[in-house]
Design a protein around this ligand. Structure first.
Ligand code: ADP
Length: 275
């Protein structure tokens, strides 16, 4: 079942932008992101091609500075690539005006951050319904109740975030990310601030959303145990996808990360040269 969703506003008569490939939630073609120019230019993304089907859970890993944040920002329409194109839910976002991008992010994307990013003065229910409020959609308290029940917080709707534990706050953030039935949920180190048990609960919720709601999740993480919940792990190195693993356990993922770090870090390169 998919949660009920309000996609485009009924009064929105702007023509649909050109469509991407059907069935793909995320499609990046030749995405480059360069900082600075000339000799000092940094190629944070050096030509990324990626196609993620709907209903999949993908983890993105890579050494520090490999381009994970830049990838997430470009894929989620928070930053503009220097060149290349990004399609989300079949809609080309490259070249969209800032207000169109903002609207798309509010109505068609979900976000879960390491620091929860809930508004402390709002109740749990108001936080969950915030994306709909910002998108000018009707706030549906039944829908909020449904989503809160899914994350095990049916009895906390009237509480404020400050009254909840970290794990419970992240559950609220997951509910908020799912409430619009988004094309993609982008998660940036969603378990970075949580203990192992609580982290597993949050990852279980994301996994469940993929398996039962057909949600699509793209998660950046440095934690192999978190990445093991994904269908596929993509490894970034120097701004490109250098490797991937399907349905792998934490140990295999950790070993692959260590190999990648040894190949890409200056220390690793020196060790390689000395060998
Ligand atoms: P990661 O998230 O994997 O640590 P980032 O995407 O943050 O990697 O960074 C990729 C590369 O781009 C790094 O070399 C970083 O120093 C550089 N970079 C990121 N943001 C900026 C910026 N605003 N200005 C200049 N260089 C940047």
């Amino acid at each position: 079942m998919r949660l009920r969703i309000g996609r485009r506003h009924p009064k929105d008569d702007r023509p649909e932008p050109p469509a991407g490939t059907p069935g793909l939630a995320v499609e990046l073609r030749g995405v480059r992101r360069q900082y600075g120019r000339g000799a000092g230019a940094v190629h944070a993304l050096a030509g990324v091609d990626l196609a993620l089907a709907r209903g999949t859970f993908t983890a993105v890993m890579g050494p520090s500075g490999s381009g994970k944040s830049t990838f997430l920002q470009c894929a989620a329409g928070l930053d503009r690539p220097t060149s290349g194109s990004v399609c989300l839910g079949g809609t080309e976002i490259t070249g969209m005006k800032e207000d169109e991008l903002t609207e798309l992010r509010r109505s068609r994307l979900g976000f879960v951050f390491q620091a929860f990013n809930l508004l402390p003065s709002l109740t749990v229910e108001q936080n969950v319904l915030l994306p709909m409020r910002l998108a000018g959609q009707r706030r549906d308290r039944h829908l909020a109740g449904d989503v809160l029940a899914r994350v095990g917080l049916a009895d906390k709707a009237r509480r404020r975030p400050g009254e909840l534990s970290g794990g419970q706050q992240q559950r609220v953030a997951v509910a908020r990310a799912l409430v619009t039935g988004p094309d993609v949920v982008f998660a940036d180190e969603p378990t970075g601030a949580l203990d192992t048990t609580t982290a597993a609960e949050i990852l279980g919720l994301l996994r469940h959303a993929v398996d039962t709601l057909g949600a699509t999740v793209v998660m950046v993480t440095h934690d192999p145990a978190a990445a093991a919940w994904a269908d596929r792990v993509l490894f970034l190195a120097d701004g490109s996808f250098a490797d991937s693993l399907e349905r792998a356990g934490a140990e295999r993922i950790a070993a692959r990360m260590a190999a990648l770090a040894a190949r890409t870090s200056p220390a690793g390169a020196m060790a390689g040269a000395a060998a």
